[in-house]
Design a protein around this ligand. Structure first.
Ligand SMILES: C[S@@+](CC[C@H](N)C(=O)[O-])C[C@H]1O[C@@H](n2cnc3c(N)ncnc32)[C@H](O)[C@@H]1O
Length: 471
């Protein structure tokens, strides 16, 4: 029974009407707006308010009067504590509808285009395989397992360590995962084997608060070719324990063709600045997209949904309408995937990327595919995308923008307005910053084609591709 807290009311009979940015549901009761987790548009619910903000409340459902027809049974035993797939209780069709709406809402914010922008938005490109789609998963070892409310109530002393995912909002609590439905192949078996082996042999799991322990992180990357990369991260160099774990993993999973490890004494789990060492096999795996081969190293960025990455790159290529005289600038080029997709249709491709290892992979990928008209340069796009570069490689006819969530720097917008390439293709995983940046380009560009792509089923994330043409 939930107790009514002082000044924190219960709202009865609220209707869930929409989804907000960030994936929470929007419920309404009279003029009151309440943001709620784990509710689906169409539900009628009672809400325990947990926070009062100036213009809205936040809360959680405590009783359902009616369940929405958009609801479906979640397939995963870890739902909803694991925040990874927070839309798992919504049908895939409804997820797509709300992603499309998120893009439409953002694009409509573009001043001056609210009338006809809707006509330019093509239907969202759905994933054929909304399960077992991820090619990369990262699991954390922790001395402190997330306990269920029942375990806490039982007051038993439970100190069992965990290997799994961070519980949303808690940096030190890990939900132990026994089966994840996002990565196929041997991923679940590898993780569970490593957990059992390390527990059985008394390996201390990392305690991030106390900064002590040995085993701290596990990354599994898979490719459609069947290649598998495993990277284990340790807090300090306990040679004997490290080698005996790696040996056991190698023996149990002969399909792992890249088994690597790293000593990470840092405060965070990223591989940045660390030397990853090969214990067995190669230092990379290979993925193929539309006949092109791509080398994936421990530190390289690679789109996590391989099949949808192919669809995304095909969409970009179609939107670019390239001719063999076009000079293409691929800004934020990562491992060069987009640029290399375009190279056979363009005169030249110039990629700019700030992570040196990714640029090395991009160059390696160009060589691997015998592509000679693509160059990849290391640096900050803001510093490099300028007249000196254009004098060396030619003025841009087509510019691809695929920045991180924060979007592009205003100086890039300025440079584009000065250079005026014929087309700009803006690829983004954050339609809000994308709309903001597009607004800056509107004086000289018209959005012609827009297509959302679902790269992350069961989450609120959506990728969006926009083609803008010079006026
Ligand atoms: C969303 S990823 C796109 C990668 C690539 N286009 C792909 O499809 O695989 C964004 C990339 O931008 C790079 N990046 C971030 N800030 C940058 C900057 N200021 N200049 C150049 N690259 C940057 C990141 O390292 C990352 O590889």
């Amino acid at each position: 029974m939930s107790r009514r807290k002082k000044n924190i009311p219960i709202i009865t009979g609220a209707e869930v009407v929409d989804i907000a940015r960030g994936g929470k549901a929007i419920a309404k009761k009279d003029d009151l707006v309440i943001l709620v987790s784990h509710a689906v548009p169409g539900d009628i619910i009672d809400i325990q308010v947990t926070k009062k903000k100036k213009n809205f409340y936040e809360g959680r459902p405590i009783h359902f009067h009616k369940y929405s027809s958009f609801r479906t049974d979640p397939v995963c035993a870890h739902f909803p504590v694991c925040g990874g797939c927070k839309w798992q209780d919504m049908t895939y069709e409804a997820q797509l509808r709300y992603k499309e709406k998120q893009v439409t809402d953002q694009m409509k914010r573009l001043a001056g285009f609210s009338e006809d922008i809707q006509d330019k938005i093509q239907p969202i490109l759905a994933a054929e395989d909304p399960w077992y789609y991820r090619n990369k998963m990262e699991f954390t070892f922790s001395a402190r397992r997330w306990l269920t409310p029942e375990e806490i109530v039982s007051k038993k002393q439970i100190t069992e360590p965990a290997l799994g995912f961070h519980v949303a909002g808690l940096f030190d609590k890990i939900l132990d995962i026994t089966e994840c439905h996002l990565q196929g192949g041997p991923s679940n078996a590898i993780r569970n084997f490593i957990r059992d082996f390390t527990l059985e042999h008394g390996y201390p799991f990392f305690n991030i608060r106390k900064q002590e322990g040995l085993v701290r992180n596990l990354i599994i990357r898979t490719a459609r070719s069947g290649e598998v990369m495993v990277i284990l991260s340790f807090y300090h160099d306990d040679r004997e324990k490290i080698l005996s774990l790696l040996e056991a993993v190698k023996d149990r999973f002969p399909e792992i063709n890249s088994l690597q490890y790293v000593i990470n004494p840092k405060g965070n789990d990223t591989l940045e600045g660390l030397e990853v060492q090969v214990f067995h096999g190669k230092d990379h795996i290979i993925e193929k997209l539309d006949g092109l081969s791509f080398k994936i190293s421990p530190k390289s960025f690679f789109q996590t949904h391989t099949r949808q990455a192919e669809n995304l790159y095909r969409t970009i290529l179609a939107f670019a309408e390239l001719t063999d005289t076009d000079t293409v600038y691929d800004l934020y080029s990562g491992t060069g995937t987009i640029g290399l997709f375009m190279a056979s249709r363009a005169r030249k491709v110039i990629g700019i990327e700030s992570v040196e290892e990714a640029v090395a992979d991009a160059r390696g990928n160009a060589a691997l595919n015998h592509i000679e008209n693509a160059v990849f340069l290391t640096g900050d796009t803001k510093e490099m995308f300028n007249d000196t570069l254009f004098r060396q490689y030619g003025s841009p006819d087509v510019v691809i923008l695929d920045p991180p969530r924060a979007g592009i720097h205003p100086e890039i917008v300025e440079m584009l307005l000065k250079q005026l390439p014929g087309k700009i293709i803006y690829v983004s995983c954050n339609p809000a910053t994308q709309a903001r940046d597009m607004q800056g380009l509107l004086p000289s560009y018209t959005p012609k084609k827009i297509r959302p792509v679902d790269m992350f089923p069961h989450t609120d994330h959506v990728e969006n591709v926009v083609m803008m043409k010079k006026k």
